[in-house]
Design a protein around this ligand. Structure first.
Ligand code: GLU
Length: 284
């Protein structure tokens, strides 16, 4: 089996990350598998190089190790853009310039169905020597949810979940997606205006590319999973087993902050805590 720990360098790692790392690396160790480290830094509006270096430092200090090379997503925008272009090509995605409130009021983007995949791709800097294209688009790209669900009418979108209440469960992604489509909520964004791609596309692409068999991640991402399962099916990628673990109960974090400490691993270390103490505190 293969899993991954996939932090985003938008700040220093904190106790919640220590728990997530412990879950992912621990899961791989008990299953005799492998846990990769992936840096999810496509959001160049928030990610910083210093925070990225901090991830390596903090994880090393905690005693984790991982296979090299590490997948750093900001070097691969084009991979993600190609997924979006493929959905656009099949009219499963469309560009949208409207605000949320206009969409809710039933307006549709004028650009809809007029954008060619090559025009979208042209927004990205292509070429091996340009590893950091940082696009910003004149539109967001949305997934046409009802059309995608229609295409999946005869497919099962059931996925296996082993984390919830620590039991094996088969969960039907269609249930949540149908509710979404029926609710009038705007279609999911699969390419953000400001970064040209999205977390949903990058994470599903990389889980497939890296042969991830088990996605071990926090409960806070459970609600994103039906969309990820749909994207996997639309792209013909296998769906991994999901294991959403519990999050840190606030108690320890609060106690520490009441004592004037922040819960970043960096500060805990500076305050004299050992890695073993921090790992012991990082429990749900
Ligand atoms: N990069 C995401 C985060 O830091 C995790 C994504 C995932 O595990 O699917 O919250």
């Amino acid at each position: 089996m293969r899993t991954r720990f996939a932090p985003s360098p938008t700040g220093r790692l904190h106790l919640g990350h220590a728990l997530a790392a412990k879950e992912a690396f621990g899961f791989a160790a008990t299953e005799n598998g492998q846990c990769l480290l992936r840096i999810e830094d496509i959001d160049h509006t928030r990610c910083k190089q210093d925070f990225k270096l901090g991830i390596y430092q903090d994880l090393n200090w905690l005693g984790f190790d991982w296979p090299i090379p590490v997948r750093v997503q900001s070097r691969h925008y084009m991979d993600y853009a190609k997924v979006v272009a493929s959905l656009l090509e099949r009219c499963l995605a469309y560009p949208c310039t409207l605000t949320r409130s206009k969409l809710k009021a039933g307006q549709r983007s004028e650009l809809e169905n007029t954008l060619r995949p090559s025009d979208y791709l042209a927004q990205f800097t292509v070429g091996d020597n340009t590893p950091h294209p940082k696009p910003s688009l004149p539109y967001a790209m949305r997934l046409n949810l009802s059309k995608s669900l229609e295409l999946m009418r005869d497919h099962s979108l059931v996925f296996d979940e082993t984390g919830l209440e620590k039991k094996n469960k088969a969960i039907d992604a269609k249930f949540a997606l149908n509710l979404w489509a029926a609710s009038g909520r705007p279609d999911p964004i699969i390419a953000r205006k400001d970064i040209g791609v999205s977390y949903h596309i990058a994470v599903t692409h990389d889980d497939h590319l890296q042969g991830i068999t088990h996605v071990v991640r926090g409960m806070d991402l459970f609600e994103e999973t039906p969309l990820h399962v749909l994207i996997q099916h639309l792209m013909g990628w296998p769906t991994p087993i999901y294991h959403h673990h519990e999050l840190l109960t606030r108690e320890d974090g609060e106690k520490l902050s009441k004592r004037g400490l922040d819960t970043s691993l960096h500060s805990l270390r500076e305050n004299g805590l050992t890695a073993a103490q921090v790992l012991a505190m990082a429990s749900p």
